[in-house]
Structure formats: structure tokens, C-alpha cells
Unconditional design. Structure first.
Length: 351
């Protein structure tokens, strides 16, 4: 019987080493103040005081990309899902008033393709640059028998910091305004439903997108999740942000209440913002009810912001390149009542 090796068992250590060499320049390009040392050690070091914080509170978040990865794998488009991964983590940090500092990734596959993995991690590095955080390390796991063919999975972990007296939410009260920042599509939630809807049609990922001019259905749906970090940090530093909610799974009804105090409600108007065409197409093609659309998808609002000065807040956000909608107000409720969201739906919405 021939001598057994790790390679014959399905794990290629040399490929893993080659990947590390490929991604070292990507990680170096994301470095920022506070990083101590470089990639390749057993752990990454970061000094918040060297990043300019006086009394820092650390804020952490972890997330994945979900079944959007299935489209990336099936189409061979691996360059942008890393941006999604970073976005899902850092957008959750910034709503708490935190600046993202560093990021780590976990990439797991059945058989390591250095080219595929390098493209994925290149997207992660691009997302880190957009968020202003450093890619300080990660884990690549080659696990034969766990993943089929060229399948892989991703997870991310981000750490940020905020000054102790600047943590959010803070001071939300009746009369405040809710602003919505536009999404650029489905982002990274609801793709199990998206895929089921597409499966019920004659379309495939190479079909021209019926809701977008040019490009395939796969291209349109793989548009990476927007990263709102720089815009919201500018707003927070201007003293104009009382609270913010990243609109992910659960939509507006499931996420905005998480940042509202007891005794308040939010009254929103779905006719106040522009609905990206993909959502009307999904609703019509899949016969998805309006309430279900709002509960599953962002429906065009990737981030909701609560402010007492909407004109000034709008000016800051638009200067940062955001498309901003005034989507509602905060109202008083019974003192001990848990926050609720009421959304006015125009006739025929969302189709």
C-alpha cells in the first residue's frame, strides 16, 4: 500500500502557503494606524490609543454572506462577495457609533483553489479599504468531504471602537426624523427567496437582467452590499446622528425598533423613497406580498438614521455621496410600550 500523505487525503499545504503569499500584499494595502506587526503571526495586535482613542470601548460583530455565495460560485464571479462580507460586519459596528478598526476572515472550502480564494480575499481587502479598517488576519480551511466541488463558505469578524461617551443610540425622542440611505439592490439578505423565485422562471444567471439595462441577472444580483461607514462616521462626528439601523434580515420592521427607546414608535411612508426595480420584479415574479417584501428585503433602504436636524444631516450625508430620503418620524407611545414600526404602503406597492 503506498505511503499516505495529507495531500492524498485532500489537503494541499503548499497551496495554502501559496495563498498566504498571494494575500500578504492585499492585507498590507489595508493597514492603518493602530496595527502592530503584520499578517502571518498566531494573532494580530492592535493598539486603540495609537488609533487616536482616549477612552475606547471595543465593539465587535460577526456575520457571513449567506446563500448569495451560491450565485457567486455558480457564475464564477468571486470578486465582490468579499465586499459583502466586510459590509455585513462593519455596517453593524458604525450604527453603534464605532469606527471599524480591524477585520478577520474565515474561508472554508473542500479543495483549495488559490486563484478562487485570492479573488475572494481580494474583495475582502477592497471592502476593508472602503471601511477604513485593516485586514489583520484570517483562516483558510481546506476540508475535503465537507464541501462539494468548488463550493466555499465565508465568515467575517470585525472589531471597532468608540469613545465611551459617544456610543449610540442616544437621545432618540418623539419629533425626531428618520432618514433612509439608499441601497443599491438586494445587498446580502433574502437570497434563499431570490433563488427560489428565479428557479420558478425560465431564467438563469446568464439571462439578461429583466429589471436592469445591460448585464446578466447574475451580475445584477451580485452587486455588492454598500458600505456606509465613512458617511455615518462623518454624520456622527458632526453630532447629528442619534441612532442608526443597518437594514438587513428582518427589513425595516425588524431592525429599526432595535435602536428605538421604550415609549417610542416610528411612522414610515414607503412612498417616500425610490424603490430599486429589482424589488418590484421579485415581488411580481414570485407573487410576494408587500408585508413579506418588507420583512425579508431592505426594499431600497440600506441604512436608517434618526436625527433631530434632518436638513443638516442630509447635507453631510449627500456631501459623502449618499442618496438620502426622508422616510418617517419618531412618535410618542405608551411609556412602557416596546417600539413598533408602522409603514404606510401606497396602493400597488411595490409593483
Amino acid at each position: 500500500m503506498p505511503s499516505m500523505t495529507y495531500r492524498t487525503a485532500g489537503v494541499d499545504i503548499e497551496a495554502g502557503d501559496a495563498l498566504v503569499e498571494r494575500i500578504k500584499p492585499l492585507a498590507r494595502a489595508t493597514t492603518r494606524s493602530g496595527v502592530l506587526g503584520g499578517i502571518g503571526g498566531f494573532g494580530a495586535l492592535f493598539d486603540p490609543r495609537a488609533a487616536g482613542f482616549r477612552d475606547p470601548v471595543l465593539v465587535s460583530s460577526t456575520d457571513g454572506v449567506g446563500t448569495k455565495l451560491r450565485i457567486a460560485i455558480d457564475t464564477g464571479r468571486h470578486d465582490s462577495v468579499g465586499i459583502d462580507l466586510v459590509a455585513m460586519c462593519v455596517n453593524d459596528l458604525v450604527v453603534q457609533g464605532a469606527e471599524p478598526l480591524f477585520f478577520l476572515d474565515y474561508f472554508a472550502t473542500g479543495r483549495l483553489s488559490v486563484e478562487q480564494a485570492a479573488r475572494v480575499i481580494g474583495g475582502i481587502a477592497a471592502g476593508c479599504r472602503l471601511a477604513g479598517c485593516a485586514l489583520v488576519g484570517g483562516e483558510t480551511a481546506e476540508m475535503p468531504g465537507m464541501y462539494a466541488g468548488g463550493d466555499y463558505d465565508l465568515a467575517g469578524f470585525a472589531v471597532g471602537a468608540a469613545e465611551r461617551d459617544a456610543l449610540l443610540p442616544k437621545g432618540v425622542t418623539s419629533g425626531d426624523t428618520v432618514l433612509g440611505l439608499a441601497s443599491n439592490g438586494v445587498h446580502s439578505n433574502g437570497f434563499s427567496l431570490v433563488r427560489r423565485i428565479v428557479d420558478g422562471t425560465t431564467a438563469d444567471w446568464a439571462t439578461p437582467a429583466p429589471f436592469a439595462g445591460g448585464g446578466t441577472l447574475g451580475d445584477a444580483l451580485l452587486a455588492p452590499t454598500r458600505i456606509y461607514v465613512r458617511s455615518l462616521l462623518a454624520l456622527h462626528r458632526a453630532g447629528l446622528m442619534k441612532a442608526a439601523a443597518h437594514i438587513t434580515g428582518g427589513g425595516l420592521p425588524g431592525n429599526l425598533p432595535r435602536v428605538l427607546p421604550t415609549g417610542t414608535n416610528a411612522a414610515l411612508d414607503a412612498g417616500a423613497w425610490k424603490l430599486p426595480p429589482v424589488f418590484a420584479w421579485l415581488a411580481q415574479t414570485g407573487d410576494v406580498a408587500a408585508e413579506e417584501m418588507l420583512r425579508v428585503f431592505n426594499c431600497g433602504i440600506g441604512m436608517a438614521v434618526v436625527t433631530a436636524d434632518p436638513a443638516a444631516a442630509r447635507a453631510v450625508l449627500e456631501a459623502e455621496g449618499e442618496t438620502v430620503f426622508t422616510i418617517g418620524t419618531i412618535e410618542a407611545a405608551a411609556p412602557d410600550a416596546e417600539p413598533e414600526i408602522r409603514i404606510n404602503l401606497p396602493a400597488g406597492w411595490p409593483t
